[in-house]
Design a protein around this ligand. Sequence first.
Ligand code: UDP
Ligand code: MG
Length: 137
Amino acid sequence: MNRTFTMIKPDAVENGHIGAILEKINAAGFSIAAMKLTKLSKSDAEKFYEIHSERPFYRELVNYMSSGPIVAAILEKDNAVNNFRTLIGSTNPAEAAEGTIRKLFATSISANAIHGSDSDENANLEGEFFFSLDERF
Ligand code: UDP
Ligand code: MG
């Protein structure tokens, strides 16, 4: 079994999609190893997206990700990182495949409903960013 890290982003929380998104995650065979409803401060969001700090969308992304509550979670499944990226779909919801979480629930390329880690290494770092050892099962 492998793990990935996800956030249900502020737009999807605000639009009432937490339940529907968790249902899709469960139906795809992921189990939940950690989960919380929380909110990123501006400096949390800056740190989390540090890797994108030189990109033109960084400031907008930080403002957006700290604009309201999110659901953070660690998910478990075989080949978790890749399977989860497939489940969420392309970054831009206009290009996301039918049935993917972003196709169903995202509102724009920035407010795109959900995060999924891009590697095992980042999944681990991102999970540790949000959860202490005794919050991970
Ligand atoms: N993003 C954006 N504009 C872009 C590309 C990305 O606002 O042109 C935001 C979007 O919320 C995305 C996040 O920055 O999910 C991180 O970008 P990345 O390229 O890592 O996409 P992801 O891995 O989330 O699909
Ligand atoms: Mg990414």
